[in-house]
Every structure is written in structure tokens, then in C-alpha cells.
Design a protein around this ligand. Sequence first.
Ligand SMILES: Cc1ncc(COP(=O)(O)O)c(C=O)c1O
Length: 398
Amino acid sequence: MKDTQIKKLIEAEKKRQKRVINLIASENYVSKDVLEALGSELTNKYAEGYSGKRYYGGQTFVDKIEDLCKERALKLFGLNSKKWAVNVQPLSGSPANLAVYLALVPKEGKIMGMSLDHGGHLTHGHKVSATGKFWIQVPYGVNKNTEQIDYEEIKKIAIAEKPDIIVAGYTAYPRKVDFKKFREIVDSIKHTDPNKKTYLMVDMSHFAGLVAGKALPSPFDYADVVTTTVHKTLRGPRSAMIFSKIDSREINKKIDKAVFPGLQGGPHINQIAAVAVALKEADTAVFKKYAKQIIKNADTLAKELKKLGWKIISGGTDTHLILMDTWMEGKGISGKEASDVLEKNGIIVNKNTIPNETRSPMDPSGIRLGTAAETTRGKKEKDFVLIARKIDKILRSH
Ligand SMILES: Cc1ncc(COP(=O)(O)O)c(C=O)c1O
């Protein structure tokens, strides 16, 4: 690279990534093949539209790449192309979620999603996000005592509010989600207007790799729409996909229109090629083993931290992530301080609010830990026992 300034910074970041213990729950380390596809000449190509229906010439190979990516996405999650469609053009998770609402939720309609401080994502209707400005959020949270989803409570809210869409799947919720129960909740909503319908959307951004690796239950038997980022547990490039059921309302066609021309121009074909590479990598026995190891490692980390006296939200984890209450009602250390002091000692985490947060989002009561990135680097349970002890030592000596 001739640009020495950028080259140096990339080299420095590469070294930083190698040096630290990375416990950011939404990050991972992609393969060389994924990087190669991302950095290829495909970035030169404009391809507005969809395969076979583009607005520019020269699409012979681009169409093949996008078709292959879609085929691999459906295959990875065991989906029949007559029953499910997939759009692989969203640039990232937030625009993917926005596209679904644009397609399925009427103006000023209701999005029922988990509130941010209980573990939901900004794009589940939070007021600072476009999704909370154009639509109305009906928030739900976790049970105060169990710190887990309370399906009865959600049912009550859903029946009273009759939202246009219910979003399941979160950013900072460490437990398995019961998609069947969500389906039952959606089906129990009775609209007086026969044209109205409540859709069930699962945002599996965080745990897509765990579903792909058959380490967590799949949402596809119950959801109408499934969105996901590709860059977390699925270990692909920064990108997103939207899966939709092919039904009489043609929601897949509405979603395609919402992505392009509704929200985007030309798709990033280099990114789509890199997604295709990651999907093939995820469709292997090695990846299945990896997905199971992620969960074993998270479980070990949570149990060890608990043993050392720290409060783990909901009492543990079923996934790749752990929400740790570092503040412990003033007996511990704030989330910001914890994150800062851990970084000084080579452990990278993110500060995070906890359910029923009493502090501010910039200096909350907790931190979020994830095991996907370090599991990619080959770490096992015994390594996570040592990581837990290191975290404990650093936080207590602060
Ligand atoms: C559940 C969930 N949905 C959507 C997103 C948004 O993804 P992106 O940052 O790619 O826009 C995130 C990001 O962390 C997420 O956790």
C-alpha cells in the first residue's frame, strides 16, 4: 500500500487485535478468505437492482455471486427456497431492521420490542433511532426477579396494544429465546380490521452463528421474518440478511422493495461475496464444534465469575454473552470504570446497562462479555477460568 499513513494505522490495529483478549460480544475474527473477498475488485462494480433485473450492464458475474450467496444462506439454515426468501443486500443490521419496518409496519404503526436497558437494540423502536421516530415503540422488558423474559407479561401487553410487529432477539440478553411462545403470543392477538396482522420478527444478529451451528434452537419454524447481522457469532463481514416467509401477502417482495429502492442504491458486491464465503465456512462440522465451544466457554466464564462473587444478570447464560453487574448497588465498580481498567490490562469489553438500570448509559452498572472472538482463537474452558480470575483480580485491585 502506497498510503503509508493508513498502512501504519492498519498495521497498528492488527497488532492491537492480536495483543488483547477480546470479549466484545458483537465482534469476531474473520478468515483470510473473507478478507480477500472484501478487498477484491468487486468493490468497483455498481449493481443497483436484483439478479437479472439490474440498472447497469456488466452483471454476468455479479448476478452469480448474489445468487450463490442467497443459495448458501437458505441452505445453512435448512430453508426451502419455495417457502423462504432471503435478501443479502442490507449494508448492516440497522438498515436491515429498518427495511423490514418500512415494508411491513404502516406509518405511525407499533413496533413491540425489548427496551434498550433490558437488552433490546436501538432499532427495536428506541426513540433516538429512526425506528422510534417514524413508528411507536411498545416496550417490553425482563422480569424484575428472574431477569429473564416473562412471556405471560409480554402476552398481556401484546393483546392490549395489538402491535404491527413483535421483535424477539436482542443485543444484551444472555438467555435462550422461546420462539414457539412468541408465535403463540402473536397468534393470540385479534385484530378487528381483517387487513391487519401482527408479524413476528426475530433479530438473531447476536446468535445467528449459534443457530447455524445447531447450538441454539432455530427461529425459522415460528417467525415471519428473521433478520441478522453476519459479523457477530456468524463470523462473516459487516453485513446483514433478511429472511422472509413466502406468503400470500408477498412480504418478501415488499422487503426487497424496501431495501432497494426504498433505502439503498447499489449493493456492496464485495461484501456480498464475503458473506457467501462466510456462509460456506459456517456450513461445516468444524463450525458446529466452534458454535458449541462458544457456549461452553461462556458458561464457564459466567460460573467462574459467580464463584468469585460477581453478580451475573439472570444468573448465567445459554448463549455466547454474559451481562455482569459490576456495580452491585455501590459495592463494586461502575461499568465505565470496569471497562477502562480492563482495557488498561489488555481485556476489551463494553460497558452496558443492566435491567432496571439506576445509573446512566455512559457510566452504567455493568459490562457485557462475549466468547465468540476468543473461541475463534482456540480458547477452551480452562482458558476462560483463567480469564475470569484475571477479570476478578483487575476489578478488585482497582
Ligand atoms: C440485535 C441487534 N440488531 C441489530 C444490530 C445492528 O447492527 P449494525 O451495528 O450492523 O447496524 C445489532 C448491533 O449490535 C444488534 O445487536
